[in-house]
Design a protein around this ligand. Structure first.
Ligand SMILES: [Mn+2]
Length: 381
């Protein structure tokens, strides 16, 4: 059975104030759907964080509706989806009991889960355990297990509960949204718990033929080759600039042998960091000026109107950083406004902006002349 594992779509995500929905649609329509068609995929697994927030924008809901329809109704591929920590379990699992017979299996609210989804190939059954993200308190309540206090105990309880109905001898695929210890987090995941540990042990997933994880946005394996994060659909922070985003194809053989390949997606706009001096960045050749750009300048002097100038070359520039800029002097404002003249204030400002290069004699003469003129005209004072 050939399974495609994807995760963390975060439909409707805002990136520096811009909705990424069109970029998400581009990758899903132009790369993801053709991959399903061309690779003869037997089942698609989406391991949580379908949407970026519990109340997603209408465009994001329309996009998911469209893609889910194309997978299940047009391509006739079973589509298994769990909710992640960003999703609303109740909203995501709307009509899930009606949709399951159509091949769209949505696991959201725990109390509506019925058991593993069992699909068949020539070699027999493959049982998919669908474990939506749930707070330990919710698991404790739904399963009526008073001892569940931690994410680890919650995962143990959910796995044991789902495992009861796995057919004897079936190969198993576990789909979960969790932080498995040993995994590497980035800067676009929302922590699963504040204080206390949000991690679960990789050994919990050792019994399964393959484990399709969601939550961590970098594609990676954890503790074993067959326990994997597919990573997010797109790069959702500049910290992910060097990652490759894509999907995992897991071929599960008759004997439970798993062969893995990773297919890269080529986004409409890449997320990139360009670095160097402002002058060098503006002068360099770049054949992808429409990418989402963070410019990390090594200049020490402020660049007047830097963002506006940068956007002439990179219309989708998102941020400009100057890690080397010496701003220490800017914090020293312990003077009494009543005691200093405007001229002294200006000199102080110039020093704060350019701490390592005081005003030259020519600049001071120019400033003096301007102050003289302003005071003469009486317009300022
Ligand atoms: Mn996520």
């Amino acid at each position: 059975m050939r399974i495609l594992h994807t995760a963390d779509w975060h439909l409707g995500k805002l990136f520096y104030g811009n909705y990424l929905t069109e970029d998400q649609a581009y990758v899903l329509e132009q790369q993801f759907l053709p991959l399903l068609r061309d690779e003869g995929i037997d089942a698609v697994v989406l391991a949580g964080d379908v949407y970026d927030r519990s109340l997603p924008p209408a465009e994001a809901v329309e996009l998911f509706d469209d893609i889910a329809t194309k997978i299940t109704a047009d391509l006739k591929i079973p589509f298994l989806v769990i909710s992640g920590n960003h999703d609303s379990p109740a909203r995501l699992s709307f009509a899930s009991r009606l949709l399951a017979p159509q091949g769209l299996y949505i696991a959201g609210e725990l109390d509506r889960l019925t058991g593993p989804v069992v699909l068949e190939d020539e070699a027999g059954p493959v049982a998919f355990l669908t474990i939506p993200y749930a707070e330990p308190a919710v698991v404790r309540q739904v399963l009526g297990q008073e001892t569940v206090r931690s994410h680890q105990q919650a995962m143990e309880a959910l796995l044991a509960w789902q495992a009861q109905a796995v057919p004897k001898g079936a190969r198993t695929v576990c789909i979960a949204h969790a932080f498995v210890a040993g995994g590497v987090a980035g800067d676009s995941e929302r922590p699963l718990s504040i204080g206390g540990t949000d991690q679960v042990a990789g050994s919990l997933f050792a019994p399964f033929t393959y484990t399709a994880l969601g939550h961590l946005h970098g594609p990676q394996k954890v503790t074993s080759d067959t326990i994997r994060y597919a990573g997010s659909l797109l790069k959702y922070s500049f910290g992910e600039a060097r990652q490759h985003k894509g999907a995992v194809i897991a071929d599960i053989g008759a004997d439970g042998q798993v062969d893995l390949t990773f297919r890269d997606f080529a986004p409409r706009h890449d997320v990139r960091i360009v670095s160097g001096s402002f002058e060098a960045i503006m002068a360099a050749d770049d054949d992808r000026p429409d990418d989402f750009i963070l410019a990390r300048l090594d200049d020490t002097q402020p660049i007047l109107d830097g963002m506006a100038k940068l956007r002439r070359k990179y219309p989708n520039a998102m941020a400009l950083e100057m890690p080397n800029r010496n701003t220490q002097a800017a914090g020293q404002r312990d003077f009494d406004l009543q005691q200093v003249t405007e001229r002294e204030l200006f000199t102080g400002f110039a020093q704060a902006m350019r701490p390592d290069q005081p005003l030259t004699e020519a600049e001071r003469a120019c400033v003096r002349a301007l102050w003289d003129e302003l005071e003469k005209g009486g317009s300022l004072l």
